[in-house]
Design a binder for this molecule. Structure first.
Ligand code: PRX
Length: 630
């Protein structure tokens, strides 16, 4: 790729150019893509509405940029290497040409079911290549995909089906995860009880029994059986929606983040290429699930647009044992490995014995994403996995940013443990104090904002543009507010400090405290609840719930278990509280607002330094909670 950064001075040069002449900068990068019609203007924007348009009036199809753009040169190159959950099951290697044909066949099958441009399609699938094929087939025909992590419950899935007005669901019979076989289609059936989804296509993975509803449910292998390997790509406007991806916010209802075609395409490839410094022939492995933005941008779109070989892993890091990641690295000679701090910390706890069994010499670059990486985990990763020779790229970004925003450029930017270091070209960061004043210079700490658009950014929240405006563009005028706290040190390096809103990050998964509270409150014995995050050794943050309950005919233990099950059922196992404390009251202000600051202090054990409690309605409640602390 011609826009590749090769040196630190090259990075600085590109960065300065991107700030001085953003439109020229991005136009040059966009030039290496295939556009059916070129843009009339690179960028139109205002952060008030907000209204953001990149590559205005341009026409394209993102899959033509994966396939047609370089099929002559890379047709025989492996696009996806798939490693099954069970190490004894044979994996799959799919070349770009084969992937192209599979995408086309499935795209034709979707069309035959009446799905076309602008229709919303939910993908609720395990980590099998067909999940990526499903996404690309939607993009090929202009349907808008919304991938829902297959660990979400039927209630969470149903909410998303309704919110995005899905016309079809693509799923599987079941899912292998570690030693477990999990029903997937059964969850879809539950979610669809009250819905009018017209078509369900089921990929056969586990061969477990499923019920198929006549006229609505079809097998994947049946629908593609007669389809052609050719499918002409739909022409999309640069600003046509590519996908909706739900994420948690500080209010109860998850929001459907909307990404559009042209800008997302340019940004996902540009950031992939530069951050990881992928070279031809490298095997790249991102361990995320495609249900999250990391899977979208850095398992599917970024790598495939770049012509890279992307490894997709169906299983979990601890099956059949805790050496599995390293066994996969050795087996496939992985060169670039991208994972989350929570996985690093979990594996760190098992010691180094399992690592020493494997040859990790193929590794060149290590990546981290999803939450702050603590220094200890950083050093462990660097020493034991990277053998002190692999740069670590600590990549900070969000579902809303579409791609990596702050990160070292592998092997080029000098790294510093726990620092995401510097912004990518095109990313104009700004640190503000609570009043929104920009904090200039180095050695400052505040809230992280971005003051100029970048191509991969969120365009709206599906069905609720006002919420998009309120959440991201209203806190600080003229800026996109990330919700994260940040420090810029004396070298100008950025260190992300974590969320400053009511969002918690559990094992790299974002959850709204209100969302968890709503689920807890569904339990008939619960009167009121308040949820906060607290530092957790492995998960980064754990969930601490304070709950007021009607205890008649119940013991504390059975009630706690029931509440955990309730949350699991309503959201999914990832949202299960780690600690539940039954309390008789919650600390409230005179105006009835729960003082979460106090609850956070109690949860993390720092209640000796409670700060100002003068606005508390009933200080006695606090002492009682401290006494019963878990
Ligand atoms: O708090 C930041 C944290 O994860 C949030 C975004 O979560 P999500 O949209 O689910 O996307 C996760 C994958 C991109 C951010 O607001 N976060 C993400 N990466 C980092 C991070 N915090 C610190 N360091 C990171 N590298």
């Amino acid at each position: 790729m011609s826009d590749r950064i090769h040196t630190l001075s090259g990075y600085l040069y590109e960065y300065q150019k991107s700030v001085a002449q953003p439109e020229e900068f991005w136009a040059k990068i966009a030039d290496s893509f295939y556009w059916r019609k070129r843009w009339s203007k690179v960028l139109k924007w205002n952060f008030e509405e907000p209204e953001i348009k990149w590559f205005v009036d341009a026409k394209l199809n993102i899959t033509e940029n994966i396939f047609e753009r370089h099929l002559f040169t890379i047709g025989d190159r492996p696009a996806i290497i798939w490693e099954a959950n069970d190490p004894n099951e044979e994996g799959r290697t799919i070349t770009y040409r084969e992937l192209f044909h599979e995408v086309n066949r499935f795209a034709n099958a979707l069309k035959r079911k009446g799905i076309g441009k602008g229709d919303k399609v939910i993908i609720y699938m395990p980590m099998v290549p067909e999940a990526a094929i499903a996404m690309l087939a939607c993009a090929r025909i202009g349907a808008i995909h919304s991938v829902v992590f297959a660990g979400f419950s039927s209630t969470a899935l149903a909410d998303r089906v309704v919110d995005c007005e899905a016309k079809a669901i693509l799923t599987s019979d079941g899912n292998y995860r570690g030693s477990k076989k999990i029903g997937v289609k059964s969850v879809v059936d539950e979610a669809l009880e009250k819905s009018s989804v017209e078509t369900v296509i089921v990929y056969e993975r586990t061969k477990q029994d499923v019920t198929m509803k006549e006229g609505r449910d079809f097998w994947w292998h049946d629908v593609i059986a007669e389809e052609s390997e050719q499918c002409v790509a739909e022409e999309m406007d640069s600003e046509d929606m590519l996908f909706i991806l739900y994420t948690s916010g500080s209010t109860g209802k998850p929001k459907g983040v909307v990404h559009t075609t042209g800008g997302y395409m340019v940004y996902s490839q540009y950031s992939f290429d530069n951050v990881f410094q992928y070279s031809e022939g490298d095997v790249y492995w991102c361990t995320a699930d495609i249900g999250w933005i990391t899977g979208h941008s850095y398992i599917v779109y970024g790598p495939l647009l770049a012509g890279a070989t992307t490894l997709m892993f169906e299983g979990v890091p601890t099956f059949p044992d805790c050496g599995r990641f390293w066994a996969v690295v050795e087996k496939h000679k992985v060169n670039i490995f991208y994972t989350a701090p929570t996985a690093i910390r979990a594996l760190q706890a098992y010691g180094t014995e399992e690592i020493e069994k494997y040859d990790l010499s193929s590794l060149k670059v290590l990546g981290s994403v999803g939450e702050p990486i603590n220094e200890e985990a950083w050093h462990w990763y660097h020493t034991h996995i990277g053998k002190n020779k692999c740069p670590i790229v600590d990549t900070w970004w969000q579902t809303e940013t579409g791609g990596i925003m702050v990160s070292p450029i592998a092997g080029i930017t000098p790294t510093k443990p726990a620092y995401a270091t510097l912004p990518l070209p095109g990313i104009q960061l700004c640190i503000v104090d609570p009043e929104g004043n920009e904090l200039t210079g180095n050695s400052v700490e505040g809230n992280l904002c971005v003051k100029y658009p970048w191509p991969g950014m969120i365009r709206t929240i599906f069905g609720d543009h006002e919420r998009c405006k309120q959440t991201y563009f209203s806190t600080y005028k003229g800026m996109y507010f990330t919700g994260d706290g940040v420090k810029r040190d004396h070298d100008g390096y950025y260190r992300i400090l974590g969320r400053v809103d009511d969002v918690i990050n559990v094992s790299g998964h974002r959850l709204g405290t209100a969302e968890v509270e709503n689920a807890i409150n569904e339990h008939p014995k619960v009167i009121e609840s308040a949820v906060v995050g607290y530092p957790h050794e492995i998960k980064g943050q754990g969930i601490y719930a304070y709950v007021i309950c009607d205890m008649t005919n119940r013991t504390e233990d059975n009630l706690i278990n029931e509440i955990k099950e309730m949350v699991s059922k309503i959201i999914g196992p990832i949202a299960k509280p780690d600690k539940i404390q039954i309390v008789s009251g919650l600390p409230k202000t005179r105006s009835g607002k729960i003082m979460r600051r106090i609850l956070r202090k109690i949860a993390d054990g720092s209640h000796d330094t409670m700060g100002d409690t003068s606005t508390l309605l009933d200080p006695e409640v606090v002492s009682q909670i401290i006494e019963g602390r878990k």
